[in-house]
Design a protein around this ligand. Structure first.
Ligand code: ACO
Length: 428
């Protein structure tokens, strides 16, 4: 017999179905509760609400587990390429050699952007933030494909839009970097793989031959894989909810970029590095003082805490090791890494952080690697978006394939009740 939950409201029993996921996660299905009882549920910030039934990513915050389509993040980061992981997220299975070759061929052949898109950069002031630019460019892409905006077409047509978006993302991200430096943009080269092409367009220049450092390519691949999806987080939920109105994919992704920019979400990677620099210069490396101020709620420790992980963020563990390796291999000696480690140790041994289960998250060490690879701090969240693109698209695609209803939460109205209009002359 299928499990049921009973809720008693105004002395009346209501039986609600219980849904069990493949990892034995249980949920009470309240979708008919209002129709039957007049009650809605209340859960600010969706801390306890499953918004969908998904097959993409599994996360156990208590055990520190993250899996894409059943494959552990540790194994994928160690063994796979970013394009393989993108395929896995989008289509549900690891590609065969032929499928991967076809997918990469398609991506390689859609990397160019319309020349008029490059002109959009002319209107940005020099100091405009890369994430603001990325958001604009994502929605600007929609202007160049007016015939493929309708998401209700044949899946093959939708797939072309997906390929376009994934393929153009490295081109656009590297353009943002180049424009920020005032350097000419570099066009993609079909001889390079996805990640090398991005690094070439970013760090190559028109004056000399580009030599990709395998250490840098490997680190970039890992970082992109670690960021590729994270189930129903703030930006993925935004992409899904915007897409649920049948808005086109570019508009939905642009909204996801906006959500990611916030310092409580992806924008934390920029904040972490700025915080570490502040600790180094202004706080003179006094980590104890910083921890004490965080406990007094005078400051937030960026890169610490997570809505779902109440144990180590498995991505942070992998990034910490990668950070040590990359800096060693590139012979970079960054005192910010020592400060980060000191801060981590101080926080993890402090009852305030232990009781609240605040551990380093994905953003804590990633910025130190990005810095060692040569990226300026304001570009960090753009790199997060580059990695997250296959995840956002997979979440959007799943939402469309499940034919989900338009996302539209309820509320508990707590404002003024009906009152008569007061003429302007009578208002005090
Ligand atoms: N530094 C100091 N104290 C913290 C921190 C932190 N980084 N994070 C949470 N706390 C404290 C809160 O003040 C609260 O304390 P209280 O119980 O005394 O009131 C307690 O820990 C619980 O915190 P909540 O804010 O309720 O936790 P929530 O799950 O809502 O927030 C969040 C999670 C937003 C990530 C939060 O930990 C935070 O702001 N961290 C810093 C920003 C950050 O690194 N964001 C990136 C997250 S990963 C990602 O999105 C890619």
């Amino acid at each position: 017999m299928s499990e049921k939950a009973t809720i008693i409201l105004d002395g009346k029993n209501y039986e609600l179905p219980v849904i069990t996921g493949t990892e034995n996660e249980k949920a009470i299905d309240i979708s008919k509760l209002r129709a039957q009882s007049g009650y809605v549920t209340y859960d600010e910030g969706y801390k306890n609400t499953g918004a969908t039934i998904s097959n993409v990513t599994f996360l156990d915050g208590e055990l520190g587990i993250l899996r894409y389509r059943g494959y552990s993040i540790e194994e994928l980061a160690e063994k796979a390429s970013f394009t393989e992981v993108s395929y896995l997220l989008l289509y549900g299975e690891l590609p065969t050699a032929q499928q991967l070759a076809n997918f990469e061929h398609e991506l390689t052949n859609h990397t160019l952007v319309h020349e008029n898109l490059v002109k959009v950069f002319e209107v940005f002031p020099t100091r405009s933030h890369p994430m603001g630019q990325l958001m604009t460019l994502m929605s600007a892409l929609s202007s160049f494909y007016p015939d493929s905006l309708n998401p209700n077409v044949h899946p093959d047509e939708v797939n072309t839009t997906i390929i376009r978006l994934l393929a153009k993302m490295p081109t656009i991200c590297s353009m943002i970097y180049k424009k920020g430096k005032g350097h000419p943009v570099l066009y993609p080269q079909n001889k390079y793989d996805y990640v090398t092409n991005f690094l070439y367009m970013t760090f190559g220049d028109v004056t000399q031959e580009y030599m990709a450092d395998p250490v840098v390519v490997d680190a970039m691949n890992k970082l992109l894989i670690l960021h590729a999806d994270h189930e129903q987080n703030c930006s993925a939920s935004t992409v899904r909810i915007v897409g649920s109105s049948h808005a086109n994919l570019y508009a939905s992704i642009s909204a996801g970029v906006a959500a990611l920019w916030g310092p409580r979400h992806g924008g934390a990677n920029q904040e972490v590095l700025e915080m570490l620099e502040h600790i180094q210069t202004v706080d003179k490396g006094d980590v104890k003082k910083v921890v004490a101020e965080a406990k007094d709620k005078k400051r937030l420790l960026y890169g610490f805490g997570h809505r779902v992980y109440k144990n180590f963020d498995p991505r942070a563990k992998i990034i910490k090791v990668a950070c040590d390796n990359v800096l060693k291999k590139l012979k970079v000696n960054d005192p910010l890494l020592d400060i980060a480690k000191e801060l981590e140790e101080a926080a993890l041994n402090d009852p305030y952080f232990v009781e609240r289960k605040l551990y380093p998250n994905v953003d804590f060490y990633s910025g130190i690697i990005y810095k060692a690879l040569g990226f300026p701090t304001p570009m960090f969240t753009v790199l997060f978006a580059l990695g997250r693109m296959p995840g956002w698209i997979s979440q959007w695609k799943e939402m469309r394939e499940r034919k989900e209803d338009i996302g539209r939460p309820r509320q508990i109205y707590n404002g003024a009740t009906l009152r008569p209009y007061i003429d302007l002359k009578n208002r005090k």
